[in-house]
Design a protein around this ligand. Structure first.
Ligand code: SF4
Ligand code: MG
Length: 332
């Protein structure tokens, strides 16, 4: 499979004063394949949005690399970065906040085209706006209206039309349905899937809830406190979760059929998510992990491939560490 985005040991730290740093993204690696939907999941504050924004080039990386078709997006020349921005677009959580209330829909959607000087005439540009409105399930009558005249779902459609205006290859969707009514969520997801099929788009779909990405993602990465803890096919993640955090997230999703008895082990994660300014030593999940052992405070778990394409960072799957620390003592 063709890798379109390669995120390699990415770190994004924010200085917070007194020489301290907030480690929003700490050594995260994953590939995104051309044409797939990659779901990135974790609680709020886990670094998933920062990962998305750093991939977009909205933030510089503290360390590590993001390669787009083999080119490092943070070291490329400004001209190239400008070109690249056409190919990578973002959709945001809050369609209310991300659309300028004083601009008409036409102005909102055509703004990126103007920045990139795509159309020579107003008529050409307007045709493209109409085309985009139809592609997202709106119509040309909407072009001269303002964002406040639309429902939440319609506003997200406007945001999607704006993201499509430059005919991108990749769309980074940061919680695109979280702010919408449940009844509207499925419609927006269906639209995104239909557009992906028609245009061969690649999605990075960010969500705080595993149930939101489970059905639409080809593969899923689970983040916790700035770290990627598990990554695999969405079906494999559902059937064979390895990391204790993933297991806890999955056990929180109700089984849809009320006639099926839910015999899964319910795992409740106790305690608060620690501060990313003072993350726990060793495994960052250890303060809330029901499986934590001595080794977990001493050693940072290695990111390793357990089965084909199934990655996890947890000492439970590391024989060497498990053996060294958990072997019963033979002396005394
Ligand atoms: Fe739990 Fe230890 Fe695995 Fe971390 S490394 S998830 S603390 S068992
Ligand atoms: Mg966020």
């Amino acid at each position: 499979q063709e890798v379109t985005l390669k995120v390699d040991r990415l770190k994004k730290y924010f200085p917070v004063g007194k020489g301290l740093e907030l480690k929003a993204v700490d050594d995260v690696s994953f590939d995104i394949y051309k044409g797939e939907t990659f779901g990135l999941v974790g609680e709020s504050g886990c670094g998933k949005s920062t990962t998305g924004r750093t991939i977009m080039g909205l933030y510089d990386a503290t360390d590590g690399e993001v390669l787009y078709n083999g080119e490092n997006i943070h070291t490329m020349k400004e001209r190239e970065q400008f070109r690249l921005k056409r190919n990578m677009q973002m959709i945001f959580q809050d369609p209310y906040a991300s659309l300028n209330p004083r601009s008409t829909v036409k102005e909102i959607i055509s703004e990126p085209m103007e920045v990139h000087k795509l159309y020579a005439t107003e008529a050409e540009k307007l045709d493209r706006v109409y085309e985009l409105l139809e592609e997202v399930g709106l119509n040309r009558d909407h072009a001269n209206r303002y964002p406040h005249e639309f429902s939440g779902g319609q506003r997200q459609r406007i945001g999607i039309a704006r993201a499509l205006a430059l005919d991108p290859e990749i769309i980074i969707a940061d919680e695109p349905i979280s702010a919408l009514d449940v009844s509207v969520q499925a419609q927006v997801v269906n639209l995104l899937q239909q557009l992906q099929e028609e245009k061969g788009l690649t999605y990075l779909f960010i969500a705080h809830d595993l149930s939101m990405v489970q059905h639409i993602s080809d593969r899923i990465g689970v983040m916790y406190l700035g770290h990627m803890v598990e990554l695999t096919d969405s079906e494999e993640l559902y059937n064979n979760p390895l990391h204790p955090y993933t297991r806890a997230l999955l056990s929180a999703i109700p089984i849809p059929d009320p006639d099926v008895e839910d015999e899964r082990e319910q795992i409740v994660i106790e305690g608060e998510i620690p501060s990313p300014i003072h993350p726990p030593s060793g495994c960052v999940f250890r303060t809330r992990c029901p499986m934590a052992m001595d080794a977990c405070a001493k050693h940072t778990p290695v990111w390793q491939e357990i089965g084909t394409g199934h990655y996890v960072a947890c000492h439970l799957y590391n024989d060497e560490i498990g053996d060294a620390d958990e072997k019963p003592s033979t002396s005394g």
